[in-house]
Design a protein around this ligand. Structure first.
Ligand code: ADQ
Length: 462
């Protein structure tokens, strides 16, 4: 079935994107905003306001044919659900970091309550022919809650982050509920084949132990998320004045720029990356004074303990490298802990000869795709990409590295800096074609077509 023949689309995610200014908010919001604009529909999420007794009305806005519903939640519940279960249990666990899991019983209870609250708010507004698209690990239990309320709508789920191997997944405090919860969706989508395989192996492992109470199994498939390539390239071409001045200054000095852009998250491998850059200066002293590394790391989840240390750790690492190598005219690492407007980011990516995307584990990583989209095809830079980013499954023409092996990353940066133009062009051309094919539009059309193709479920089977 063609996705355009669907009824109203209802998107549910933890927060609502800024539909008034989608391109400022990033790839995901643009993809969803376009889908909603096509179908007409509703986007429901936490609105940012905390509910007091009797004041828990949602904030409703209308942008074109799209209604956004921002629900209110009690402050303590939101903290235990968002900082707690979602980001202190599920995020580390799904990124293979059992050592960082910090579970408390009240987290899981709040997670269930918040999923139920989302379901109740949605239930009051849901029409019987709506199709529902739920996003990410905050809402794993939304479908069973909606089914309990009697809704037989088509409901799809997309997981933006990795799905871990069974041995790790089975350490989740409520792994049976998660598998049962996913079974109440009609489709469960993943970023990569690895994630899909891990999910299916977890289901099989639990079935062997007789654990899942659900017999139904949802359709499961891979839908690699993409970006709007043309729009991002357009932004890169409109670089702000300060980006142009900075890039001219570097040209005069003969400096090549290596760039990293990430949320300041432990999954992104930033300390390892700084170490690899330092190692590059040791292994290839001839690169001194001819390169500079710009790392932009946006603040994120600062209320979660595991994020508190990484900021200090990175500042110290950048300081150490600069203290050791900098002189009056050259600063090896420029480290910026701030959000940067997207047009400026695009300009900075374009002006950089090497893109460093070296997460220890990542669902996809849109920056890898943004870096390729931003390049000048006639003189493109080189992407150094972790094999543990979901993007590596599609982007094999990048220089693929193991981010845990410092020397390997250092050598790859050196190779990228010295790569002849013909090789740069042919690698970039292949990458560009792939990200154009698997772009944001393909992602949502593929997902929504698959969701519309499943039969409507009878509630008796759930
Ligand atoms: P993230 O972990 O946030 O997303 P990523 O895919 O790289 O990771 O997306 C980050 C977005 O934020 C990019 O569009 C980037 O340009 C932007 N950004 C990063 N740093 C910024 C800064 N300092 N200022 C402004 N903007 C900045 C999760 C998963 C990923 C998955 C996406 C989408 O963890 O694996 O690719 O969702 O599914």
């Amino acid at each position: 079935m063609d996705a355009s023949s669907l009824g109203r689309l209802v998107v549910v995610s933890n927060r609502i994107g800024d539909l008034g200014n989608p391109s400022a908010s990033g790839g995901l919001v643009v993809g969803i905003a376009d889908a909603l604009a096509d179908h007409g529909g509703m986007w429901l999420g936490f609105g940012g306001q905390f509910s007091d007794e009797g004041h828990d009305r949602p904030v409703i806005r209308r942008v074109g044919g799209v209604e956004t519903v921002g629900i209110a939640l009690p402050a303590q519940d939101y903290s235990d659900y968002y900082n707690g279960f979602a980001n202190s249990v599920l995020w580390p666990l799904f990124h293979y970091r059992l050592d960082l899991v910090d579970h408390r019983p009240e987290f899981l209870a709040a997670y269930r309550r918040v999923n139920d609250t989302f379901a109740a708010a949605l239930s009051a507004r849901l029409r019987s022919d709506d199709i529902v698209w739920v996003h990410d690990y905050h809402l794993l239990l939304l479908a069973p809650a909606l089914r309990r309320l009697g809704h037989s709508n088509r409901i799809g789920f997309f997981l933006h982050i990795p799905f871990p191997p069974p041995d790790i997944f089975l350490a989740a405090p409520n792994h049976e509920d998660i598998i049962d919860g996913l079974a109440a969706f009609d489709i469960v989508g993943f970023q990569t084949q690895t994630d899909l395989d891990n999910y299916r192996r977890a289901v099989a492992a639990m079935r062997k132990q007789g654990e899942p109470s659900q017999q139904a199994e949802p359709v499961s498939a891979v839908f690699p998320i993409g970006i709007d390539v043309e729009a991002f390239a357009g932004m890169a071409n409109k670089a702000a004045d300060d980006v142009q001045i900075d890039s001219m200054r570097r040209q005069i000095l003969g400096l090549k720029q290596i760039i990293g852009i990430d949320r300041l998250d432990y999954s992104k491998g930033l300390p390892n990356r700084m170490q690899a850059f330092a190692r590059l200066l040791e292994l290839h002293p001839d690169q001194e004074r001819s390169i500079t590394y710009l790392q932009i790391a946006s603040p994120t989840r600062e209320d979660v303990d595991a994020y508190a240390d990484i900021r200090g750790e990175l500042e110290a690492a950048a300081g150490r490298v600069n203290g050791r190598h900098a002189d009056l005219t050259w600063t090896p690492i420029r480290y910026i802990h701030r959000n940067v407007p997207r047009t400026r980011l695009a300009g900075l990516l374009k002006a950089s000869q090497v893109g460093l995307v070296t997460p220890l584990r990542d669902g996809m990583n849109l920056v890898a795709k943004e870096y390729v989209a931003a390049q000048d095809p006639s003189d493109p830079g080189v992407l150094v990409l972790s094999r543990f980013a979901g993007a590596a499954e599609e982007m094999q023409e990048a220089l693929i590295v193991n981010p845990y092996v410092t020397d390997e990353v250092a050598h790859a940066i050196d190779t990228a800096l010295r790569m002849p133009i013909d090789e740069r062009r042919s690698r970039h051309g292949a990458l560009l074609r792939r990200i154009e094919k698997n772009d944001a539009q393909a992602w949502r059309n593929d997902f929504l077509s698959a969701l519309s193709a499943v039969g409507r479920r009878s509630l008796a089977s759930t």
